[in-house]
Structure formats: C-alpha cells, structure tokens
Design a protein around this ligand. Sequence first.
Ligand code: AMP
Length: 590
Amino acid sequence: MPNKTSETIIGIDLGTTNSEVALIRNGAVEVLEIENGNKQLPSYVGLDEKGEILVGEAARNQYVLYPERTIKSVKRHMGSNEQIQMGDKQYSPQEISAIILRHLKQIAEKACGESISRAVITVPAFFSDTQRQATRDAGEIAGLKVERIINEPTAAALAYEAGDQNDNIILVYDLGGGTFDVSVVQMDQDMVEVKASHGDNHLGGDDFDQKLIDHIVEFIKDKYDVDATDSARAMSRITRAAEETKIALSSQAYYTIEEEHLLERPGKGKPIHLSLEVSRTEYEEMISDYIDTTLEAIHTALDGAKMSASDIGEILLVGGSTRTPLVQQRLESDLKIQPRIEVNPDLCVAMGAAIQAGMLNGKQLGPILVDVTPYTFGTSAISQMFGMRYPHCFVPLIKKNTPIPVTFSQSFYTSYENQTEVEIKVYQGEDPDAMKNTEIGEFYLKDLKKLPEGSPIIVTFSLDINGILSVTSTEKKQGVECSLVIDNAISRFQEEELEQAKNTLRNLMQDKENPKETEDQKNREHIKATALIEKARKLLPSLEGDDSEDAVDMIKALENALRKEHPNELQQAIDDLSDLLYYLEPTIEP
Ligand code: AMP
C-alpha cells in the first residue's frame, strides 16, 4: 500500500466541452489517453437504450438523436439548484459531473495500476465559491478527495512555465468549445495571482461551427430548395462536417465538404450529394465579429486589473479554438505580442493541474519539452508597407515557437493579367521586409495557361520533426503544382547562427575563448607600452621641432590608452609610438 505522500494525485481539467486527466510520471507531465489515441474526453453523459450510463464519445455520438437522454455542458449549471433530466430521472449538476470525474479516475487507475483517491481540479477564474464548492462535491461523489481547486489560467501559466522576472504579467486567453474567458495573471516567484478576469459563458468554437452550419443549410436551400433542418440525421452529419471544415481551415486555405446521400429529394429522384468548397477567407468573415468580442473582453479585463496592453509580458493560448489562425493574428496585431502556442492548448490546463498535484506530493518535475521551430519561415508578396505598395512584404506562414510537425497553407493572388508563372521565394526571419530576412530557397510555378489577374495560388509550408521544410505551390483550377524541399531548414541556421555568434564574440572579446592566453597578451602589451614610453621620454631632450611635439603627443596618447585599457586603442598607440621611434632612432643613435 503506497504511503500518503507518494500516492499519485491526478490533475483534472473538468471542461465544458472536453475534460482531461494528467499526472506526473518519471519526472514528466503526461496527459492520459482516453481511447483510440485521443486524450480528450467529450464532457457528455448519457443513457443508452438499455439505461446504461454512457460517458464521452459514445454519449456525444447519440446527442443529436437522443437529446432527452444525453447531457452536455453540465459545467454551465454547476453551483445552481437546477435538476437535470436524463431519461426518466433527475440529477444534480454535481452528480453528472461526478460521472465524468469517475470515468477519468478509472482511466488514471488503469494507466498506473493503482487505486487513485486524490485530485487537483481546475475551475474558471470567475467561478464563485458556490460553483467551486459544487466542483469539490462532484469530486467527493466520484470518490476523489479534492486536494486543491485551482484556477484554469493559473494552471495554464504553470504548464507554460510562464512569467520570468521581467515579464510577470500574463494574459491567458482561453477560447474553448462553448466558453471564452480571458484573465490577467501576475506571477511572482511561486505566487500566481489572477488580477482580473472577463469572458462570455456562451462564446466559443460551437458558435464558429454554427456559422458554417448556417452556411451549408443556406447553400442546400438555394441549390436544391430543400430545408435540411427538417432532417435530424442530415443535421447531425452537417454539424460534424462543419466542425471538420473549421478544423481543416486552421491549416488549409480551402476545404471541400463532401457528404454523399445527405438528403432525399421528395419526388425529384436522385438524393442530394453535398459538395461545397469553403475558403479560409470566407470562413474568417463569418467569425470576425466573435473575435472582435473577445478582443473587447481583453480590454475590459485589463481595465479591471488597472493595466494597459503595454503591461502584458506574455500571452498564453488555451482552448482548442485558439488554433484558429485569425485568433492568433488578431491578438498579435491588437496587442503587438506574438502569443505563445507551444503547449497544446487543449491539454495545458490539465498539465498545469498535474504539475500542481505533483508539487503537493513533492514529485520532481523536469522541464516540459516540446519540439518547436526556433525560426519563422515565410514567403514574400506585394502588399502595403509604410502606406506604399511594396513587392517584398514578408508573409510568415510558420511562426517561431510553433510546435512541429506543422503544415500551413495560405492563398496568394496573381498580380497581372495573363500571368503564366509565379515566383515563390522562401525566407527565414522576422522582419516585415522580406529583403531583410534570409532567403533560403526560390522556385517558379511555371507552364500556367494565361491566368487572369487575382487568380488564387495556394502556398503550403510543411515543417517536419527533422527540420525538413517542404514548400508547395498550387494553382487550383489548372491543378499545376510545384515544390521545393529544404533539407535542414532548422539545423542549417542553428549552425550558421552559431558560427556567426562565435565570430561576433571573437571580435568583441578579442578572443576571450582562452582567458589565460588573453591575460598573458594583455600583460605583454602593458610591458611593451611602458618600455616604449620610457624609451621615448629618454629621447625627448635630444629631439627638436615637430619630432619633439609628435613624440610628446604620442607618449600622452599611449598613457591614455593604458589607463583606459581599451585593447584596440592601446595597440594603435603602441604602433604609432614604435613607428616614430623607429624613424628617429637612427638619427639619434648612430
Ligand atoms: P476545448 O473546449 O478547449 O477542448 O476546445 C474545443 C473546441 O476547439 C471545439 O470547438 C473544437 O472544434 C475546437 N478546435 C479543436 N481543434 C481546432 C482547430 N485545429 N482549429 C479550430 N478549432 C479547433
């Protein structure tokens, strides 16, 4: 029987849409797999046709068809006295949450082969005491002693190891499936304090899905004159397709929804096969207002903390919806800080809970290691710079600190009529002016049949775990494609940068790499300078006119250089006086 201090304490993120469980094993944080490689448990509870309890994916799958016996988003009801109907019985929100917690506890027990009875559970920063108590109760019902309830932004800050001495004000932007909240967090040594928090309990990825659902339903109505909302089965498929589309558009510039036999057409023969292409640009227009709302919330939270955007040292992203490129772009352009994205935004709260749990029973934790690219890679395009049209604007496609492997596509447009080729340049760097970055490759998309101005060209950057960067360019309509592979995109620069850094250091420090040698050299210079001064002083009485003046000036210069200990100046003064003495000596010492 393990003693109380070494018994594993699990960390749980009990989310509105998804929940996760994590623990510290062999000094590393591990988010446990729920099933089929998936580490997220959909926060759904249901009853099957025999009245057996379903949790997670199975419950989620039956939600559209059997909403009367399936419960989702129970977190929204925590702390209320509401009773929730499931099948023919009523449950408290704590009881439903306890079913999710018990499931996570069992997963942890299976993974570690021991019984688990202690947990740290996270809650939103804005949760009231009653909501926190309800969460604690849910844990107890599930057979878990809740050692700590911690705030989600605090957990995220722990997972990111955020906040060094200078950057201790952190903005945690959490956009999940059904909720959004933003917190201003102050980190001081081991203290993490949530200064202010603001959000919207009904804003998240589900709303983004709904925009796409409406778009698909409208398309079907226009094209086939059929109302898809009349069919629960079709709506279930459309809902799934909408989420798939949204996720695909986070890395692709276009996505085509294909749903065969989606709907019958009464009296009109063939069933409807849906085929609809959506571009990222179209999708971004659909969700732009929602993102504006989140940006306004940031400023409200900053006001609440009596701070301004310039006080923020770091932005941490939490929640699956923060993978949306527009979210990252808008945050960066509004707050002028590149948000940190290197810890998986779906899992970082659970990871932070596990870190807190590990601290409670004294487990040692190594640094959280993630493979990220240390460089930004991108291409160039004609755009506006300083209010002027400039042909070499840098367009980053993969930003530094993005976890790898990663693939990202973006659309560009041909710039003149009848264009038959497009030049693609590949750069590494951070400067908005591509010319100031390092060009690492170039190729042409050729043999295009004359394209009208403004035709889309898709450029895709893929960076794999070994630092191999593949850049592909595609003309959609003609299906013409060309690519370039840069083998050592990361290591090459590391080596080059290393060499450059070494050179700079060498120049700066005049080879401080061998301190003993440098010290000796310094002593030698001092001795030489002193000897020269002595020699020159001895010669002074015998000198006349310009020679005498020059010698006096040079002695002074060398004495100054000796005092300042500036190596370059000293060397110069030594050389000057040596030259003068060399020139004078024959006349004085025949
Ligand atoms: P969470 O509540 O943090 O688990 O976030 C779930 C939400 O993130 C759901 O709405 C998902 O559809 C959304 N999501 C997950 N992956 C992505 C992605 N790659 N791009 C955009 N949204 C995503």
